[in-house]
Design a protein around this ligand. Structure first.
Ligand SMILES: Nc1ncnc2c1ncn2[C@@H]1O[C@H](COP(=O)(O)OP(=O)(O)OP(=O)(O)O)[C@@H](O)[C@H]1O
Ligand SMILES: [Mg+2]
Length: 202
């Protein structure tokens, strides 16, 4: 019989639109994501499938919080991920958090992080369907070093999953989706306007 992980209110770290994120009760460097009641399981299933395909092709996870396992919890099925923390032990904050402060040098740091995410995704052929600024953390590795860490939004909705096998197919998808995303960020965040590079398209 599979054991059931007990999550308490006091383990809750934060929540998104669809999931609650809990500190794993047994491992301090892991978190458990549980869907809010009545939320569709579709996106989470899609995410798990895509992460497994990345794991199978031995993809570079240096800028993605790794998915570890699916577990049963007292609050429903949970997915266990690495919990991304800063060097001081605090859970890393999102790009959105830093952008809303609207102050330098933070905004410049966010811009550099987004450019690094662009290179990383393209180089590794990792596709996204929901790349918003709450799904990317700015991890403070030490006093001087920062890096972007993707914690949500990686997956695709394709029935024929060519992205799981072909980096060049994925890159074409990334190029189009990235340029659309940057245009939406330009509108949403005045401080990012025209600061993030687009991919050249043929
Ligand atoms: N692995 C992680 N390490 C640290 N913090 C995390 C991690 N995963 C998520 N978070 C935090 O929890 C928030 C919500 O998580 P997540 O984005 O996975 O939930 P969601 O409900 O699927 O999001 P959305 O609202 O984008 O659908 C994130 O914005 C981030 O602040
Ligand atoms: Mg999210």
């Amino acid at each position: 019989m599979n054991s059931v992980l007990t999550l308490k209110d006091s383990d809750l770290i934060t929540a998104g639109q669809t999931r609650q994120v809990y500190q794993h009760p047994e491992y301090e460097n892991l978190c458990v994501k549980v869907l809010f009641p009545k939320k569709s399981k579709k996106a989470q299933r899609r995410e798990c499938r895509y992460y497994r395909s990345l794991q199978r092709r031995n993809a570079d996870f240096s800028m993605v919080a790794q998915m570890r396992e699916v577990v049963n919890t007292n609050r429903g099925q949970g997915v266990v991920f690495d919990l991304i923390k800063d060097f001081d032990g605090n859970v890393s904050r999102t790009l959105r958090h830093y952008l809303l402060k609207n102050e330098e040098p933070l905004t410049q740091l966010v811009i550099e992080t987004i450019e690094a995410v662009k290179k990383y995704l393209y180089h590794n052929g990792i596709v996204f369907c929901d790349l918003n600024t709450s799904n990317i953390l700015l991890q403070r590795v030490d006093e001087q070093t920062y890096r972007g860490m993707l914690v949500d939004g990686l997956a695709h909705k394709d029935f024929i999953p060519l992205c799981n096998y072909s980096v060049s197919f994925s890159r074409r998808k990334i190029t189009r989706a990235w340029n659309r995303k940057v245009k939406s960020w330009n509108k949403k965040y005045p401080s990012l306007k025209d600061k993030i590079s687009l991919f050249e398209t043929e």
